[in-house]
Design a protein around this ligand. Structure first.
Ligand SMILES: Cc1cc2nc3c(=O)[nH]c(=O)nc-3n(C[C@H](O)[C@H](O)[C@H](O)COP(=O)(O)OP(=O)(O)OC[C@H]3O[C@@H](n4cnc5c(N)ncnc54)[C@H](O)[C@@H]3O)c2cc1C
Length: 326
């Protein structure tokens, strides 16, 4: 028969947000269970050098950092479950989740830390060149392209912000967009067009990423003209794909309030969602910063909010007199 696990704090996701919530939850004596999902350790396990997580003077590796966070969470008493949640019922407490393994998880509180995945172009050459010149995060990787010629692909706010950000590192930034106008806010467009170091190539999409050298790195992209179909090669050493993110919230549709892009809105300054006892942290509720340290910060907030929620619920469940007698 399938197992049932109950906990005071159930955490979905084992990226920086989920594991930080686990560290705080465990240290508050809540014996959290972390359901790790299909990507234990989260997005940082698919990158190499991390230079912006505080506390490390040397460059560290993403997978190593996540291994340390998991060990720390386990050391203070959190339990990891290698499972992926496929069904949730948030209609009453304890909240009920069903894992892919058939295991049922019951949580007096729920911390959602399921992250968001960057959208990619899905070209085989893109897959091969990820981490070798192709990235989906200029804030994370831009520093590695100091003084190099780079491109940013996309036409929305993120693409324009990433192009502007890259001018901190490069004097030669080209924005590639498959249409002849941008979707980004007007004010961002004005800043982009006014910048001397940014060019825009309209009606172009990437047909192929071209590698070269030893060890292999990006040397060029083949661009297809979306009007004429003509292919043109553009030399570049860095390509940032900025075509959006998909928050992992499919599971919660119809049960929890989501915004128009599928992110979980929280009460400002907290991790509280539309359902009391359900908290959200990390990239699943943050479409602006999307960094490991901000995910960890909001993970801490979620655990503290959950702990406070349980303390208040316990206090209400026990009349004051019986507390005094105890
Ligand atoms: C290539 C790359 C490089 C990056 N480099 C940096 C960097 O240098 N510095 C930096 O600060 N940030 C970097 N980032 C961004 C950073 O990785 C994210 O901001 C951070 O990982 C978000 O943490 P999170 O915990 O919110 O979510 P994630 O790390 O996305 O973790 C989500 C977790 O949820 C789990 N999950 C999803 N669905 C379910 C489910 N149904 N049931 C159970 N579990 C589920 C997944 O398995 C995963 O464990 C990078 C991102 C990428 C993609």
């Amino acid at each position: 028969m399938a197992a049932t696990h109950s906990t005071r704090m159930l955490i979905l996701g084992s990226g920086p947000a989920g594991l930080t919530a686990a560290i705080y939850g465990a240290r508050a004596g809540l014996a959290p269970i972390v359901v790790q999902g299909i990507q234990p350790g989260g997005q940082l396990t698919i990158t190499t050098d991390v230079e912006n997580y505080p506390g490390f003077a040397d460059v560290i590796q993403g997978p190593w950092l996540m291994e340390q966070m998991q060990k720390q969470a386990e050391h203070v008493g959190a339990r990891m479950e290698w499972d992926h949640i496929v069904e949730v019922d948030l209609s009453s407490r304890p909240f009920r989740m069903l894992g892919d393994s058939g295991t049922v998880y019951l949580g007096d509180t729920l911390v959602i830390a399921t992250g968001a995945q960057a959208k990619w172009l899905n070209l085989p050459s893109e897959e091969r060149m990820k981490g070798k010149g192709v990235s989906a995060c200029a804030t994370c990787d831009g520093f590695f392209y100091r003084g190099k010629k780079v491109i940013v692909i996309g036409g929305g706010n993120t693409a324009v912000e990433e192009a502007l950000y890259m001018t901190n590192h490069s004097h030669d930034v080209t924005l590639i967009h498959r249409r002849d106008s941008l979707r980004a806010e007007k004010i961002l467009q004005e800043r982009l067009f006014a910048h001397a170091n940014i060019k825009v190539m309209w009606n172009r999409e990437v047909a192929e990423f071209v590698g070269g050298g030893e060890p292999e790195g990006l040397v060029a992209v083949d661009l297809r003209d979306t009007v004429t179909g003509e292919i043109q090669r553009l030399d570049t050493e860095g390509a940032f794909i900025a075509i959006g993110h998909s928050p992992a919230t499919e599971l919660f549709k119809g049960q929890l309030e989501l915004d128009k892009d599928g992110y979980i809105p929280v009460e400002p300054g907290t991790s509280r969602t539309s359902i009391p006892g359900v908290f959200a942290c990390g990239d699943v509720m943050d479409k602006h910063y999307r960094q490991a340290v901000t995910a960890a910060g909001t993970g801490c907030m979620a655990a503290l909010d959950a702990e406070k929620f349980l303390a208040e619920a316990d206090f209400e469940a026990k009349p004051v007199r019986s507390l005094q007698e105890a």
